[in-house]
Design a protein around this ligand. Structure first.
Ligand code: UTP
Length: 233
């Protein structure tokens, strides 16, 4: 049974990094996530899955840039890439009938009402799928967001660039805002969490768990309240 601080039936937003399942697209990991999502549904949780476009999205951004297309056009092709990843996961979960991916918050809410689950990618230029996850979490009044990413959690600095970066077990949204270096949207930006998402979650007080997504079981462990990753609240 999934237990998070005594609660067993949750509204969960699962944000799976494109850097985890799609860089390059990894069928084994994608199918493992499908199994985890099935488990969450069987245990009567409502789930919104938000996936990023990973490497293919960055490649299309690069292609668009080299063609001289503008920033919002670069974003659009990245959004399309994320929706293909979402579509693959959705069809694996529910078959061909699940091929249509929500393209707005209201589409996602309708899917959630109808099926208890929505699987989506990006929504609008000028944001990342972190912000999409934060927006849908606010819309449905989610209990929490789990971000499955390519690091063990939030660090004091970028652990790939600084050897003295230290992992943080727990942090407030205010503290996290102070840590994030870049505050402006650039197509293809990768930060541990998009500052815009942090702003939304801070306002709505939806807590977020950041775990290493390369082991999908970490999602279950995090929900059981095991001390992994970083909790932001
Ligand atoms: P993300 O950065 O959200 O995807 O979107 P990701 O691959 O999961 O990233 P990691 O794993 O966190 O690194 C990729 C790019 O797609 C565009 C942006 O350019 C973004 O940087 N995008 C995505 C949008 O413009 N709007 C969206 O709603 C989503």
């Amino acid at each position: 049974m999934i237990i998070l601080y005594g609660v067993s039936s949750l509204k969960v937003v699962l944000r799976i990094g494109g850097s985890v399942i799609a860089s390059p697209p990894n069928p084994r990991l994608m199918n493992e996530y499908v199994e985890i999502i099935r488990r969450l549904l069987n245990e009567k949780n409502q789930v919104v899955v938000v996936v990023g476009g990973g490497k293919p999205a960055r490649e299309f951004i690069q292609l668009a840039r080299e063609m001289g297309l503008e920033e919002r056009e670069q974003d659009e092709v990245a959004i399309s890439a994320s929706r293909i990843i979402a579509q693959l996961m959705a069809m694996k979960l529910g078959g061909y009938g699940w091929k249509d991916i929500p393209k707005s918050l209201s589409d996602a809410v309708a899917a959630l009402r109808g099926r208890g689950i929505a699987v989506m990618g990006g929504l609008n230029p000028g944001m990342t799928t972190d912000a999409v996850a934060a927006l849908i979490a606010s819309e449905i009044d989610a209990d929490l967001i789990i971000k499955a990413t390519n690091q063990d959690g939030v660090y004091t600095k970028d652990p790939e660039r600084y050897a003295d970066a230290e992992k943080i077990d727990e942090i407030t949204f205010e503290g996290l805002s102070n840590l994030l270096e870049r505050d402006k949207h650039v197509a293809g930006i990768h930060q541990i969490i998009d500052p815009e998402a942090v702003r939304i979650l801070k306002r709505m007080r939806v807590r977020m768990l950041v775990v290493n997504g390369f082991n999908p079981q970490n999602v279950i462990a995090a929900l059981r309240g095991e001390k992994i990753g970083t909790i932001i609240k």
